[in-house]
Design a binder for this molecule. Sequence first.
Ligand code: DAT
Ligand code: MG
Length: 148
Amino acid sequence: MEQTFIMIKPDGVQRGLVGEIISRFEKKGFYLKGLKLMSVEQSFAEKHYADLSSKPFFQGLVEYIISGPVVAMVWEGKNVVTTGRKIIGATNPSDSAPGTIRGDFAVEIGRNVIHGSDSVESARKEIALWFPEGVAEWQSSAHSWIYE
Ligand code: DAT
Ligand code: MG
């Protein structure tokens, strides 16, 4: 099944939103396959956001991501990449709908609480970068209550 990489950014950790965010993905019916609290170095953050290296906000973005511990996760489920982005909401919290994580918990684009992979291909790359050790293999006993 499809997997995505989700990261709670330092502001989400500092503000105590970890449980709330995990809960939204869990209640939806997605499966937690990897989870760790970690601090990343500048070079690692630059690698994660390499596609944005030419943007004027790149340096500030990297400084934000390395400013405290983050929660790195792998979630699995049908269409989890696209649906995960919907649960997260638009990049700029001014545009994120209420009911989304950014819509409910963020104000500024540079403090938007959470990252989610934007395609199956980026998810594959990001999971390989953040979880080189691999992720857990387990099946939920609720599977047949969630999937037809
Ligand atoms: P997303 O995180 O929704 O995938 P993105 O990949 O385009 O958005 O950008 C990564 C992060 O960079 C985003 O979560 C917040 C920051 N960012 C994006 N556009 C920005 C901008 N115009 N000004 C400041 N920060 C920005
Ligand atoms: Mg992105």
